[in-house]
Design a protein around this ligand. Structure first.
Ligand SMILES: Cc1ncc(COP(=O)(O)O)c(C=O)c1O
Length: 472
């Protein structure tokens, strides 16, 4: 059964649990029937729903504004919009994309401290009035084209914590310089409403959040003392999105929540928002690519320089070079831009024997290397290899260099999660109405057995979905 959520986006409903390998094998078989071996994503929208619920449960005082830049795929934006998430946009195009979903401009923060003037004008035209700044020139720009904007001062995060992608070298006013900048804002009669920070994307030490909150509190007090009506704290992004991340979301919550309660207690009336990107999407996407070419390499080449490259000598096992149909110029751009590491999984079972291998993308560039040195079982041309946790900063930055297409996306969601999320909007029923729907927890907890699902639903199930008001 499929649910349609607009823009040609069909979501396949899963009545019972299936492993990633099983889902990949099913889609690969489907493509084989179509005589295609193109790379593809599987997007588990239920995983995004689970992340949203987890956020609301563990950080109930913090409103998530999803960072569109992380993955601007329609299915992702639509589900998050329907769940009630707000959005962090970095450009005119992202603003329009979100507004076109029917989102109110009040659910958007234009969180780019250095904006193109015409984009600020566009934000004014579309009533997106909340935006960040961190320098004087930006204040002059806003004064000129959008003097009524509600401004948020972005400060530098602490720099002594490990993070995957640092942002402090590019953005953020040093807290010690905040007063000076706020004085300029005052002279220009601009409306500064709060403070923001971003500890860096992919924070690896939870304590960074607590220290940043403390620093933000200092600047917040400065603003209040200067007479600014500060009412907003924006704690940025940096939250982990996959179980293999250096820290867990729970670890962040353990240090962040007490810091927020201490410096910005509920009684302060301060609105707290965040700009999570990878948190919502990293684990929802699995990328599968096809082995389009293969080369056998002699590993002891150095001892046999007189032999041609591909001759495997008898005194060593071979190594393999695999060429797959997505690469560094495509979804694996995350290796360069996001400092990511990726882990391949293979479909075929069988021998435990693995060989030294390297995995390469499909373009003609030597830089297009996905894994220089890993161990894999021997595979053949036409077989599939898949990579989990590929939802963040992958497809959004991919090019079509060498004419290589972007992978298509198969959307899916477990029946129960879908019905929970979209129950009010169910238009057409084909089975009895569920009596009790169990509350779902984390992504892998989402899946009930087939029997449980039947028990929960009996019938009917949603088939056609329109605009939504979920999680009620
Ligand atoms: C301003 C801003 N907000 C939010 C994010 C999202 O960060 P993350 O994906 O680490 O949550 C970024 C990422 O670069 C950013 O620049």
């Amino acid at each position: 059964m499929k649910h349609y959520i607009g823009n040609g986006c069909a979501v396949e409903s899963l009545p019972y649990e299936k492993t990633k390998a099983c889902l990949v094998a099913e889609k690969a078989a489907l493509l084989k029937n179509e005589q295609s071996e193109d790379a593809f994503f599987i997007a588990d929208l239920g995983d995004i729903v689970a992340k949203y619920k987890k956020w609301r449960r563990l950080l109930p005082r913090v409103e998530p504004f999803y960072a569109v830049k992380c993955n601007d795929d329609y299915g992702v934006l639509k589900v998050l919009a329907d769940l009630g998430t707000s959005f962090d946009c970095a450009s005119k195009m992202e603003i329009d994309k979100v507004l076109n979903l029917g989102i109110s401009p009040s659910r958007i923060i234009y969180a780019n401290p250095c904006k193109q003037t015409s984009y600020v004008r566009h934000a004014a035209k579309r009533n997106v009035d909340l935006m960040t700044f961190d320098n004087e020139a930006e204040l002059l720009k806003v004064k000129a084209v959008f003097p009524d904007a509600r401004l948020v001062l972005r400060i530098l995060p602490p720099s002594n914590f490990k993070v995957r992608c640092e942002l402090g070298m590019k953005f953020g006013c040093h807290p010690a310089k905040a007063k000076q900048l706020l004085e300029t804002a005052k002279e220009l009669e601009l409306n500064v409403v709060g403070v923001s920070f971003h500890v860096g994307s992919g924070a690896e030490e939870a304590a960074a959040f607590a220290v940043a909150v403390e620093q933000a509190h200092g600047v917040f007090q400065t603003g209040l003392d200067m007479g600014f009506p500060f009412t907003l704290l924006d704690i940025g992004g940096g939250f982990p999105g996959q179980v293999t991340a250096a820290i867990s979301f729970e670890e962040v919550v353990d240090v962040l929540s007490p810091a927020l309660d201490h410096y910005f207690p509920a009684s302060s009336g301060v609105q707290i928002i965040a700009e999570p990107g990878r948190y919502f999407v990293a684990s929802a996407f699995t990328l599968t690519a096809n082995i389009i070419a293969k080369r056998v390499v002699a590993r002891d080449k150095s001892n046999h320089e007189h032999l041609p490259d591909q001759v495997v000598t008898g005194d060593d096992e071979p190594a393999y070079m695999y060429y797959i149909n997505d690469g560094v110029y495509g979804s694996f751009n995350c290796l360069l831009f996001d400092h990511a590491t990726v882990t391949p999984s293979v479909l075929q079972d069988g021998s435990d024997m693995t060989f030294v291998s390297s995995v390469w993308g499909p373009t003609c560039d030597g830089l297009d290397c996905i894994m220089e040195d890993c161990r894999l079982p021997e595979m053949q041309i036409g077989e599939w290899i898949y990579f989990e946790d590929m939802g963040a900063y992958t497809m959004c930055c991919a090019s079509t260099f060498n004419g290589m297409p972007r992978p298509r996306v198969f959307y899916l969601c477990h029946d129960v999660v879908w019905a929970q999320t979209y129950s009010k909007q169910t238009k057409k029923m084909d089975q009895p109405i569920p009596k009790v729907i169990p509350f779902m927890k984390a992504g892998h907890d989402l899946f009930e057995t087939h029997d449980q699902v039947e028990e929960v639903f009996g019938s009917p199930r949603p088939e056609l979905i329109c605009d939504l008001d979920p999680l009620n």
